[in-house]
Design a protein around this ligand. Structure first.
Ligand SMILES: [Zn+2]
Length: 471
C-alpha cells in the first residue's frame, strides 16, 4: 500500500526527465515507473500532469536567527519564519551556520543552534560550522569529531568585510591549518573570499574621497579583490589537499578562477546568489537601492552574464540566497558602505526565480535547474542521496512546479518579511505543492505542516566529491 502516487508529471531524476509516476510510502520515495504502472492501493493520487516534479530545494547558505552586524541584540528572522517561507517556495532543507564565537567551542556552537531550531522548524535543516578570526588550537582539534558528528563543512572568511571589524578574518596561516585538518577528515571548506588588504584600503580611500554612500559598495568590494583572494585560497587548497566551496561568487573573475582550478582537476566549487544573477551595481542607484545589497557586492552587467554562463556551463554549482531576513526599515537603515545591512530575504523566491530566469528565459535544462537548486548542494554538503534526488530510497521531499504560472510577483504571494527585491518581477513558473518526508506541507497556498516537524539531518560527504570536480 502506497501513501501517495504523484501521477503523470514531468519528473526530473538523475537518470533523465520523463513522464513518470512517483510512489511514496512513509517518508520515502519507493518507486518511479511509467505512468499508470503503479496500481496498488494508494492513500492519495496527486495529479501532476502539466507540472514539473523536482526534488525539494536545498538552501545551502542561510543566516537564521543570526546577530545583525552593527545592531547589538538584534537578530535576523528565526527558524519558524524562514523555514515556513522556504516550504512555500519549494525549499525543504535549509543550511544555517553554527558560529564558534571566541570563548565557545564548535560543539557548544552546534548546541546553541539546536536550541534555536529544535521544535521551531517547518523544514529540515543543518548547519555549517563557522570559524572566526584566530582559530584556537583546541577548536582546531575538534574538527575530526565534529565531522564525525555529521557536520562536515567549515566556513571561514578571508576578510573582515567592513572597517573596524577585527574578529572575522582567518589569516592565511590559520586558513591553511584548518584546510589541512578538514581535508584529512573528509570535510569541505566553505569560504567567503575577498582580499582584506584591498577591501580595507578602498574603504579608507572612498572615505577620503567623499564617496562613501552605499552606491559605492562595488568600489570597495571589487572584482580585483575577488580575483586575487580566490586564487590565493585555491593555491592554499592545492597545497593542503582541501576541497573548497566558494560562497556568493559575484564577479566574472571568480567564475574564471574556479573554472581554471577545475580544469586542473581540483575539487573547487562555486555558489552564486539569485540576487547576483538578477541585479547589478546599477541598481544601487535606485531609490533605497541598498535593499539590493548582499556582501561582497553586486557587480556589472558583464559579471551578471558571466554568472549565468557559469551556472549554465557547470562552473558554478549552486544557487543560494545568503538568507539574512530583516524588516525593510532595517534593510535600508544603513546608508554608507560601512553600515549597509547585507543579505536579504530570498529563501522563498529562490526556486521560482531560478526557474523563471534559468529555465523559462535562458533555456536551462530541467536537469541543470535541479542540479543548482538541490542535487549539487546535497552532494557537496553531504545530504545526498537522502536529499537532493527523486530516487527510490530518498526522502520524499518533492516539489511540483507549475510552468504555466505567469504573473507579476506581489508581496501577497510571499510569506516572510515586509519587502522583497523581487516584488514586481515577472515570473514564469512557480512551486505550487511541497512535500517534506512524505507529507504534503504546502498546497493551494496553505501551510499544512506543524511547527517542529523539521529535523536536523546528519551529513556525510562522498569522498570522491572532495578529491576532484564531481559536479
Ligand atoms: Zn552569508
Amino acid at each position: 500500500m502506497l501513501d501517495y502516487i504523484i501521477r503523470g508529471g514531468q519528473v526530473v531524476t538523475a537518470g533523465g526527465v520523463g513522464s513518470w509516476d512517483v510512489g511514496i510510502q512513509g517518508e520515502k520515495i519507493v518507486a518511479i515507473t511509467e505512468t499508470g504502472r503503479l496500481t496498488s492501493d494508494v492513500g492519495r493520487v496527486i495529479d501532476a500532469s502539466g507540472k514539473v516534479v523536482v526534488p525539494g530545494g536545498i538552501e545551502p547558505h542561510a543566516h537564521v536567527a543570526a546577530p545583525i552586524m552593527g545592531h547589538a541584540g538584534m537578530e535576523t528572522a528565526p527558524p519558524d519564519q524562514v523555514s515556513r517561507a522556504a516550504l512555500f517556495g519549494g525549499t525543504t532543507t535549509i543550511v544555517d551556520f553554527a558560529i564558534q564565537y571566541p570563548g565557545i567551542d564548535i560543539f557548544q556552537a552546534i548546541d546553541e543552534r539546536h536550541g534555536r531550531w529544535r521544535g521551531n522548524a517547518y523544514a529540515d535543516y543543518t548547519y555549517h560550522c563557522m570559524l572566526l578570526g584566530d582559530i584556537p588550537a583546541a577548536v582546531m582539534a575538534q574538527i575530526p569529531q565534529v565531522i564525525e558528528a555529521g557536520f562536515p563543512t567549515f566556513k571561514i572568511f578571508t576578510t573582515n568585510i567592513r572597517p573596524n571589524v577585527y574578529d572575522r578574518m582567518a589569516r592565511l596561516g590559520h586558513m591553511g591549518a584548518v584546510m589541512e585538518e578538514v581535508a584529512a577528515n573528509n570535510g569541505l571548506m566553505v569560504v567567503h573570499a575577498e582580499d582584506d588588504d584591498i577591501v580595507q584600503f578602498l574603504y579608507t580611500r572612498l572615505k577620503e574621497q567623499g564617496t562613501y554612500d552605499w552606491t559605492n559598495m562595488h568600489r570597495a568590494h571589487t572584482n580585483m579583490s575577488e580575483d586575487i583572494s580566490f586564487r590565493r585560497v585555491i593555491r592554499a587548497a592545492e597545497w593542503t589537499g582541501a576541497a573548497v566551496y566558494f560562497v556568493h561568487v559575484s564577479a566574472k573573475e571568480g567564475v574564471q578562477a574556479i573554472r581554471e582550478a577545475r580544469g586542473k582537476g581540483l575539487p573547487i566549487y562555486g555558489e552564486t546568489l539569485h540576487n547576483y544573477v538578477s541585479f547589478t551595481a546599477d541598481d544601487y542607484q535606485k531609490s533605497n537601492g541598498m535593499k539590493y545589497h548582499t556582501y561582497p557586492s553586486l557587480k556589472s552587467e558583464e559579471d551578471r552574464q558571466a554568472l549565468w554562463q557559469g551556472l549554465l556551463q557547470g562552473d558554478l554549482h549552486t544557487m543560494a540566497t545568503d538568507e539574512y531576513c530583516t524588516t525593510f526599515a532595517l534593510k535600508i537603515e544603513g546608508k554608507e558602505i560601512d553600515n549597509v545591512t547585507g543579505g536579504h530575504n530570498g529563501c522563498e523566491t529562490r526556486m521560482g526565480i531560478t526557474f523563471t530566469e534559468g529555465v523559462a528565459q535562458r533555456g536551462m535544462s530541467l536537469e541543470q535547474f535541479v542540479a543548482i537548486t538541490s542535487t549539487n548542494a546535497a552532494r557537496l554538503l553531504g545530504l545526498y542521496p537522502r536529499k537532493g534526488a527523486i530516487a527510490p530510497g530518498s526522502d520524499a521531499d518533492v516539489v511540483l512546479i507549475d510552468p504555466n504560472v505567469h504573473k507579476t510577483l506581489r508581496m501577497a504571494d510571499l510569506h516572510i518579511s515586509d519587502y522583497s527585491i523581487w516584488e514586481g518581477w515577472e515570473i514564469h513558473g512557480w512551486p505550487i505543492l511541497t512535500m517534506l518526508r512524505g507529507k504534503v506541507v504546502v498546497e493551494d497556498d496553505r501551510l499544512l505542516s506543524e511547527l517542529g516537524s523539521g529535523q536536523c539531518i546528519p551529513r556525510k560527504i562522498d569522498p570522491l566529491m572532495l578529491t576532484r570536480p564531481m559536479c
